[in-house]
Design a protein around this ligand. Structure first.
Ligand code: UT7
Length: 349
């Protein structure tokens, strides 16, 4: 059975840099608070009307496709991971298919938030291993800036997130010492509501989230998106940050060790860990817990903030572009986020 390898990788971040100080115009926060709690100095925001989650994904995809030495017409499947799609439906995958004038190939959207890229990569990996497809385009892209609460009310969420996209092309390889060795996917829906965007949705508060506004039966019978939801800011993401933090620092090390042990490796064998860029303090905690050297972990959240599904491919692409990942290196990708979901992938570059 062939393995899959990353044959090409690309990234795109919007031109517009938004510093911590720029946020002061909108909310009561400070550069000091943001840097101390998250490590973030600045993030990129997409152009309001000229850029979308899909167009950024397409920009990253074009680079990945070129670096893989193929054309868009050679791609035989698309997997697109995002939590802020252009439309509620259809997904971004079909928009990529249209934009890149691809053949009438399958296009799958993955909705696993911060773990989205790794879930997407895992799906693509299975299709390559089974021999079904030969050139799969996997994209992670987010335009968070369009859907954040920029008032002081939303500051615990809005200072963290940024926009951007990353993409890879997966192809089969027969080489024993190359490619994706294994992927590991997990979830625990017990905490689904502590990092979530409730609306628009069909839940009608069926799940009884504590922080959800109360609606009477008449309101519930006709609501999908109501004035009351908007007035109570329930069209924005909600996050109980400290609870997410506590779980993340347990699950990151667990899923990294799972990937290494599954393949008979130890931490000392690892050349590079690319953690999802959720918060620099989380990455540092994980590094310390696993006793990894600085050169074994790559972080770029300082420049881009948390770009959820895009963060792993952006960090992987940048680390590779900077020469920090070389042929034959053992690389672990790991993520944790809303759901909760968490995941890892171990690969030989
Ligand atoms: O990738 C998706 C997964 N998400 C994550 O992994 C996020 C995990 N969690 C975190 O990164 C952190 O919990 C945050 C960065 C979100 C928050 O940091 P924290 O140290 O956990 O702060 P906190 O939520 O406990 O809030 C501490 C204080 C509060 O004030 P009081 O109640 O102590 O007076 C907040 O109101 O900080 C206040 N605060 C802020 N102050 C200035 C919250 N956000 C801000 C802000 N600027 N942006």
């Amino acid at each position: 059975m062939p393995r899959s390898k990353i044959a090409g990788i690309g990234m795109y971040v919007p031109e517009k840099v938004f510093t911590n100080n720029d946020l002061l115009k909108y909310m009561d926060t400070s550069d000091e608070w943001i840097q101390e709690r998250t490590g973030i100095k600045e993030r990129r925001y997409a152009h309001r009307t000229e850029e979308t989650t899909t167009t950024m994904g397409v920009a990253a995809a074009k680079i990945a496709i070129e670096r893989a030495g193929i054309t868009a017409q050679d791609v035989d499947f698309i997997v697109f991971a995002t939590l802020c799609p252009d439309y509620y439906f259809p997904g971004c995958g079909v928009l990529v298919q249209r934009e890149l004038k691809m053949k009438e190939i399958g296009a799958l959207d993955v909705r696993n938030q911060c773990s989205g890229f790794l879930y997407a990569l895992s799906v693509a990996d299975q299709f390559i291993r089974s021999g079904t497809y030969k050139n799969i385009l996997v994209i992670g892209s987010e335009k968070h800036s369009f859907g954040l609460d920029f008032s002081t009310r939303g500051r615990n969420v809005s200072v963290i997130f940024g926009d951007g996209a990353g993409a890879v092309v997966l192809q089969p390889t027969e080489k024993n010492d190359q490619g994706i060795l294994s992927t590991h996917l997990h979830s625990d829906g017990e905490s689904a509501e502590i990092l979530a965007m409730y609306n628009p949705g069909t839940h009608a508060n069926h799940w009884g989230a504590k922080n959800y506004a109360s609606f009477d039966d008449a309101e519930i019978s006709q609501m999908f998106m109501s004035h009351k939801m908007i007035d109570s800011a329930q069209n924005f993401p909600f996050m109980d940050g400290p609870s997410v933090f506590k779980k993340a620092i347990v699950k990151f090390p667990e899923v990294i060790m799972e990937a290494l042990h599954k393949n008979g490796y130890e931490l000392s064998d690892l050349n590079m860990l690319i953690p999802h860029q959720a918060n620099l303090r989380i990455s540092q905690f994980v590094q310390q817990k696993l006793k990894l050297r600085d050169d074994q972990v790559y972080n770029n959240i300082q420049k881009y903030g948390n770009t959820t599904a895009a963060s792993v491919p952006i960090a992987l692409c940048e680390a590779w572009q900077e020469g920090k990942i070389k042929e034959g290196n053992l690389v672990c990708l790991a993520a944790f986020g809303s759901g909760f979901t968490w995941a890892s992938a171990l690969l030989k570059w």
